[in-house]
Design a protein around this ligand. Structure first.
Ligand SMILES: O=P(O)(O)OC[C@H]1O[C@](O)(COP(=O)(O)O)[C@@H](O)[C@@H]1O
Ligand SMILES: [Mg+2]
Ligand SMILES: [Mg+2]
Length: 336
């Protein structure tokens, strides 16, 4: 019996029970990480509610505008940021947060908190107003600095290999929370009537290969020669091009169906667009736990040493055979 079997729980198990049962498998664990995951799930439910109502009350409008009731309107990404930070602060397990929405580190005031969280509270913001899937991405690290003071940059700039948990929420035709603590990947679907996430996708494994490629080809004139060769290769193979423009949604589809998502370096954006700390590393941890692969084209994403909180990196993620093929094509173009 492998580790995955030992931890297997039936479809329909609620997220709370799932987290509790996993906790029982590690008798020396203190339960703090479990509490943190519950806090994230709670914030996800609240953000889900706001997103569902967004068409009704126009919270997708510009930040600072006033709505018909004279109340301040807030952009959904600001609302999501506030909700997640509040949940993590109230939970007490997190000392420091890195968020896409804020320049510096956010100190929660919980100096005893043992964890650091990096988060993209609302991913795919350009899709908010048009009712297309959006998401949240989160990454959890154990702090390095001793408890009793605020977390520092060293705590936040850890390699992705040091993540203790990571995952994402997708707010789509149904809302799902997918996460890993390093023992496989499990997906939970939100049951509106119960107000609970329930296990719907146990032990997700991504197909070894696939026939979908996802990249913003409108940028093709800014691609390197190597990247042009990559795109030509997938076209020759008659792959399907699928690109939503919400990283979480593009990733989630390819995770389940097999395929590759690419956000390369371009002449306009030499480091690509996506953020290492709260976009790439979290999904890289998830994909590896599902048997997939994530890379910047040359190096495993999880092994990149971050230098800055909002650092960007080129990103290739998905089915292992496809990511390896891209690495091979990029290297071949480089040496020619
Ligand atoms: O329009 P582009 O350049 O293809 O960018 C799309 C990418 O940018 C992002 O929207 C960035 O995320 P945010 O919405 O969190 O800023 C990714 O989700 C997405 O894959
Ligand atoms: Mg994003
Ligand atoms: Mg965002």
């Amino acid at each position: 019996m492998d580790h995955h079997d030992k931890l297997a729980l039936p479809v329909g198990t609620t997220l709370d029970r799932f987290i509790m049962r996993k906790q029982e498998d590690f008798p020396y664990a203190t339960g703090e990480l479990s509490q943190l995951l519950r806090d994230i799930a709670l914030a996800a439910k609240i953000v889900n509610r706001e997103i569902n109502r967004s068409g009704l009350i126009d919270i997708a409008g510009a930040y600072g505008n006033r709505n018909v009731q004279g109340e301040d309107q807030q952009k959904l990404d600001v609302i999501a940021n506030v909700r997640f930070i509040r949940a993590l602060r109230n939970g007490g397990e997190v000392c420091t947060i890195v968020s896409e929405e804020e320049e510096g580190m956010i100190q929660t005031g919980n100096t005893k908190g043992k964890y650091v969280v990096a988060i993209d509270p609302l991913d795919g913001s350009s899709n908010i107003d048009v009712n297309v899937s959006i998401g949240t991405v989160f990454s959890i690290y154990r702090r390095i600095s001793p408890t009793g003071s605020a977390g520092n940059e060293q705590d936040c700039l850890q390699r992705g290999t040091h993540q203790v948990a990571a995952g994402y929420v997708i707010y789509g035709s149904s809302t799902m929370l997918v996460y890993t603590t390093g023992n496989g990947v499990n997906g939970f679907t939100y049951e509106n009537s119960l107000g609970e996430f329930v296990l719907s996708h146990p032990t997700i494994m991504t197909p070894a290969t696939g026939t979908i490629y996802s990249v913003n080809e409108g940028m093709a004139q800014h691609f390197s020669k190597g990247m042009a060769a990559v795109v030509a290769h997938f076209k020759e193979q008659e792959f399907s091009g699928r690109y939503i423009g919400s990283l979480v949604a593009d990733f989630h589809r390819n995770l389940l169906k097999g395929g590759i998502y690419m956000y390369p370096a371009t002449s306009k954006a030499p480091a690509g667009k996506l953020r290492l700390l709260y976009e790439c590393n979290a999904l890289a941890f998830v994909v590896e736990q599902a048997g997939g692969k994530a890379s910047n084209g040359y190096q495993r994403t999880l092994e990149i040493q971050p230098q800055g909180l909002h650092e960007r990196c080129p990103f290739f993620i998905g089915s292992p055979e496809l990511v390896s093929k891209v690495e091979e094509l990029l290297a071949a173009e480089e040496s020619s």
